[in-house]
Ligand binder design. Structure first.
Ligand SMILES: *[C@@H]1O[C@H](CO)[C@@H](O)[C@H](O)[C@H]1NC(C)=O
Ligand SMILES: *[C@@H]1O[C@H](CO)[C@@H](O)[C@H](O)[C@H]1NC(C)=O
Ligand SMILES: *[C@@H]1O[C@H](CO)[C@@H](O)[C@H](O)[C@H]1NC(C)=O
Ligand SMILES: *[C@@H]1O[C@H](CO)[C@@H](O)[C@H](O)[C@H]1NC(C)=O
Ligand SMILES: *[C@@H]1O[C@H](CO)[C@@H](O)[C@H](O)[C@H]1NC(C)=O
Ligand SMILES: *[C@@H]1O[C@H](CO)[C@@H](O)[C@H](O)[C@H]1NC(C)=O
Ligand SMILES: *[C@@H]1O[C@H](CO)[C@@H](O)[C@H](O)[C@H]1NC(C)=O
Ligand SMILES: *[C@@H]1O[C@H](CO)[C@@H](O)[C@H](O)[C@H]1NC(C)=O
Length: 401
């Protein structure tokens, strides 16, 4: 899969509720713009009801300076998206959306920037802080590079920040943590590296997409009470194990995607506390141990993928009988028994994949030799939830008396 296909396949798994909300939100903004235009046509032809040029509106004048500064650091614009970014009428620039200022609807201001798929190369200048009334920034699929300017913290109304599929670099951009109204943060497909700040999970965000970066830290164990319903960590080298504090997402989380994040240890039973989960995908990691029985309590679960790990034991019937489960993938592990209905999920109309396990009676399984090597050393998830049995002597738990 190429980058684009990956991005779109991950997009399709995200909450449809969220996206309908975004569309509604945009519709409201566009409605405001449309209302303004409707109004102008009823007044006088060629005359705007509100003079939306910089000269008479300091907010638009400020926006003009910001957008001109931005245009100066655009080095490639293959579709000529910003070629009309000239003159003081910023509201007519391609990709720039104006709306009445929330607290004073007589003032028109720049409320949104949408340059999705413009393939622009350049960076974000510090003057972007002058666009202080922005509610939305969508820069998906461009070639913006460098780091995010600190002045971004001036955007106190910013609600959605989508910087996905660009070339931003540097440590996790902690400036986003200072945005008081941010709800939707999409940083996927960039080159952010290093630790994820624990504060990220303390913010009242609805969706966090940080997949496909170079983030390396383990998942913070001091997760605060998070409000996110969608968290996609996939394709980062996080390492470590899933902390039991993952249960702090319980009241909101509907999708948890930890695909290919180099996580190890056992799946903590606390994952089963995320009672709103619809999608759980921890595939392509180094998870060991059994499926915690608490998963059988996830009544809303529709998609469960634990494939490509080193898990073993019995696939419990409670999980296979989940009322909404439609697709259960547990291939490429070391399970040696499918309890009850788990042996024939097609009979329940479910999509499933049990290949490459140690299921004696099933086709396409691992060899006895391969299975014996792993099954001779069962992991005790109760004693060693982080799977550190091999180095138990170094673990603080061993010093308990
Ligand atoms: C807006 O105001 C400026 C300065 O007062 C003026 O030059 C310009 O013509 C006005 N534009 C419109 C469309 O009224
Ligand atoms: C962009 O503008 C340049 C110069 O005016 C022109 O040569 C080119 O064909 C334009 N590209 C597109 C995609 O319109
Ligand atoms: C808008 O008005 C509210 C209530 O008066 C105030 O708390 C808020 O700070 C104002 N926002 C801006 C951006 O001025
Ligand atoms: C922040 O926004 C305010 C209000 O729009 C503006 O006056 C100020 O210059 C901005 N600061 C920066 C650093 O852009
Ligand atoms: C998260 O928020 C809680 C409660 O407000 C606070 O006690 C904790 O220190 C915060 N953690 C981080 C990492 O900011
Ligand atoms: C995976 O994470 C572990 C820490 O849990 C780390 O030691 C190891 O180097 C990581 N693997 C790779 C390929 O980076
Ligand atoms: C079932 O899930 C697997 C793993 O996530 C996926 O590859 C497959 O396309 C899914 N099948 C259907 C029919 O949704
Ligand atoms: C699974 O169940 C279906 C329908 O009940 C049946 O047709 C099929 O033969 C069963 N498959 C196996 C492997 O038992």
């Amino acid at each position: 899969m190429n980058k684009k296909e990956m991005a779109s396949s991950l997009i399709t798994t995200t909450s449809t509720a969220l996206f309908s909300f975004l569309i509604l939100y945009l519709a409201v903004s566009f409605n405001n713009i449309a209302a303004k235009h409707r109004h102008s046509t009823t007044t006088k032809h060629h005359t705007h009801h509100r003079n939306d040029t910089g000269a008479s509106n300091p907010r638009l004048e400020q926006a003009y300076h910001a957008l001109q500064a931005w245009k100066r650091v655009i080095y490639s614009d293959p579709f000529n998206t910003t070629s009309d970014w000239t003159g003081p009428s910023v509201c007519s620039y391609t990709g720039v959306y104006c709306a009445p200022f929330p607290n004073d609807t007589d003032i028109i201001t720049v409320a949104g920037i949408d340059l999705n798929h413009a393939d622009i190369a350049g960076f974000l200048p510090k003057e972007i802080g002058l666009l202080s009334d922005l509610a939305l920034i969508h820069l998906n699929s461009n070639r913006f590079c460098g780091i995010l300017p600190q002045t971004l913290s001036n955007l106190s109304l910013l609600y959605e920040l989508d910087l996905s599929n660009n070339r931003f670099v540097g440590p996790f951009p902690s400036v986003v943590l200072s945005l008081p109204n941010l709800k939707y943060l999409d940083l996927r497909y960039n080159e952010f590296e290093g630790a994820m700040p624990p504060e990220l999970f303390n913010k009242s965000l609805d969706a966090i997409f940080i997949n496909n970066n170079r983030l390396t830290s383990v998942i913070p164990s001091n997760l605060g009470l998070s409000t996110a319903s969608v968290v996609v960590f996939a394709n980062n080298n996080l390492g470590g194990c899933i902390p039991p504090s993952i249960s702090n997402f319980a009241n909101t989380m509907e999708e948890l995607l930890l695909i290919n994040t180099n996580i190890s240890g056992c799946l903590p039973p606390e994952v089963g506390f995320l009672y709103k989960l619809r999608v759980l995908d921890v595939s392509s990691n180094k998870l060991v141990g059994e499926i915690p029985y608490s998963i059988a309590g996830l009544a809303h679960l529709e998609q469960l993928n634990i494939g490509h790990n080193m898990m073993s034991g019995v696939v419990p019937s409670g999980v296979c009988e989940l009322p909404n489960l439609a697709n259960f993938t547990f291939s490429y592990n070391f399970f040696f028994e499918e309890e009850g209905v788990c042996g024939n999920l097609t009979s329940r109309g479910m999509v499933s994949d049990d290949r490459r396990n140690c299921l004696l009676e099933k086709p396409l399984q691992r060899s006895k030799k391969e299975c014996d090597a792993v099954l001779e050393h069962p992991v005790d998830c109760f004693e060693h939830p982080c799977g550190e049995h091999k180095h138990a002597e170094n673990h603080p738990k061993m010093h308990r008396t």
